[in-house]
Write a protein that binds this ligand. Structure first.
Ligand code: ZN
Length: 60
């Protein structure tokens, strides 16, 4: 039996370790976004859980 599963740490490695974790202000779900989302003119992040959009720079 071969155990194959996605390793979250390995996933983050794709982004060169520059992933920023943010928490949804509504459901408190943590999810990774690009550091670019912290830029002043960045588009809002969308929560994968409840699909609420919010500005990353306000949540961190
Ligand atoms: Zn949410």
């Amino acid at each position: 039996m071969t155990m194959q599963r996605q390793d979250p740490a390995g996933e983050a490695g794709k982004y060169g370790g520059n992933t920023v974790w943010v928490a949804c202000p509504d459901c408190r779900t943590w999810f990774p976004v690009s550091p670019r989302m912290q830029a002043p003119a960045a588009p809002p992040a969308c929560c994968p859980q409840c699909h609420r959009e919010f500005m990353v720079k306000e949540s961190v």
